[in-house]
Design a protein around this ligand. Structure first.
Ligand code: C2E
Ligand code: SIN
Ligand code: SIN
Ligand code: FE
Ligand code: FE
Length: 392
């Protein structure tokens, strides 16, 4: 599709529907195009809605270099009344003078601090379900006139399609893999609440690292895809026989050798499913590959299957390793009782540096209250086969 932009008749070079570029890069390109018509729109950002927790989270942004980015943020939609109404109402909103908003909510205050004075905010929907917001911001008061809105609405439409397409492809891939996992065994040891918690722990660690690091190497897009793909780390357990997987006691050495093959089996499953989804390249699939392949590697090289060490282990896998072990320890398994959070923290601390990335361990332990919130929200329902929520 090659839609044309507004008045100038210049084609929009929008690299939609490609997974070779990150969503951030695609957004940047769209923003550059947009600025040739509306040069004072110095920030374009996307926030996604999580309906499981009623939160809105920053996802990608393109912000001119002279302005501090506003990212790594999440908040309950219910606590942002005007955005809440916007999501409900389905119409776009223009604010002409942010400076006069004395009772602004937290996100608006952050925009004001960054000297933005006007904003055009567009909610977008996937088949009627609220999906997120697009924000177009300018430092000039009253920048968004009727004429500029005509241009912007074209961009807003394209961007929302681009974002939803990327996310729904990732969700479809994830669902296909999870269905394979569910069909293969009668057990429910790692479905339902376990996967929800795992994903939330990984998201929490990733977001904490993202907001503390100076580099913009880890952005909200990375956080989102870690969240989306973390639950797939053990998909290769499909290939492990139930007599081992569900053994009530300790595994023998031979049994554990078979158990370890869940990593390479998982890599094969991801490859074959990614192939049938025709996504064999792109960062998102690489991120998934890395999670599956490296989640049992340890910092000191004593892990499996390859025994690589430290920075050779991709960050996404170091994050998932901590989330996985924390959830394994604090849950009941066929082979063990549930540990308390404090006992699990102690083990993670003891092994930080040797087994686990200390940064990830600190990020988890430093958020003890939020962990409890996740545990309360996604409690295991013993004996009941819950479905993993496939929606965002
Ligand atoms: P899992 O249940 O998801 O556990 C993931 C990881 O959490 C384990 O990786 C291990 O690093 C940690 N973990 C879980 N429980 C404990 C524990 O009680 N103590 C300690 N120190 N660490 C724990 P690991 O060891 O590579 O095991 C991979 C998978 O193999 C486990 O996934 C589980 O499915 C299976 N497994 C491991 N040990 C046993 C066992 O004794 N009996 C049975 N039936 N399965 C086991
Ligand atoms: C508000 O809740 O008052 C405004 C929220 C926002 O637009 O960011
Ligand atoms: C990034 O941080 O942009 C890479 C994450 C991804 O695209 O999956
Ligand atoms: Fe595993
Ligand atoms: Fe696991």
């Amino acid at each position: 599709m090659a839609p044309t932009g507004g008045g100038g008749g210049k084609p929009l070079r929008i690299q939609a529907f490609s997974d070779r570029t990150s969503i951030r890069d695609q957004l940047r390109e769209v923003h550059e195009n947009l600025k040739s018509e509306l040069p004072l729109v110095t920030r374009v950002a996307v926030a996604l809605y999580d309906d499981q927790t009623d939160t809105l989270k920053t996802f990608v942004h393109s912000t001119d270099a002279d302005t501090a980015p506003f990212s790594h943020y999440e908040a309950k939609l219910a606590q942002m009344p005007s955005l809440h109404d916007l999501a409900r109402g389905g119409c776009a909103r223009i604010i002409d003078d942010l400076g006069s908003w004395t009772a602004a909510s937290d996100p608006l205050r952050r925009l004001i601090e960054r000297a933005f004075r006007s904003t055009y905010t567009v909610p977008f929907y996937d088949q009627g379900r609220f999906f997120g917001f697009l924000f177009f911001d300018a430092k000039e008061p009253g920048y968004f006139s009727a004429a500029s809105i005509r241009h912007l609405s074209v961009y807003a439409n394209l961007l929302s399609l681009l974002i939803m397409n990327e996310i729904s492809r990732a969700s479809a891939l994830r669902s296909a893999i999870l269905v394979a996992r569910k069909m293969s065994h009668s057990h429910n040891e790692e479905t339902g609440a376990h996967l929800d918690r795992m994903a939330r722990y990984a998201q929490l660690i990733a977001r904490t690292i993202a907001s503390s690091s100076e580099s913009n190497e880890i952005d909200d897009e990375f956080v989102e895809f870690v969240f989306l793909y973390a639950p797939l780390h053990d998909v290769g357990k499909i290939a492990v026989p139930d007599r081992i997987l569900l053994k009530p006691g300790r595994l023998s050495i031979d049994e554990f050798e078979i158990m370890k093959t869940h990593v390479t089996a998982g890599m094969e499953i991801v490859e074959s499913i990614a192939r049938s989804f025709r996504i064999t390249a792109g960062q998102h699939v690489d991120l998934l590959r890395n999670i599956v392949r490296y989640h049992h590697e340890t910092m000191d090289g004593g892990g499996y299957p390859s025994g690589c060490r430290g920075p050779q282990i991709p960050l996404e896998a170091r994050i998932v390793a901590v989330a996985d072990v924390f959830d394994a320890l604090t849950s009941e398994r066929c082979y063990k009782q549930a540990w308390t959070n404090d006992a699990a923290f102690q083990l993670l601390r003891e092994r930080a540096g040797r087994s686990f990335d200390p940064l990830c361990v600190d990020a988890l332990i430093g958020n003890a209250e939020q962990l409890q919130g996740i545990q309360a929200r996604f409690r295991s329902n013993n004996g009941f086969h819950e479905g993993y929520t496939d929606e965002l």
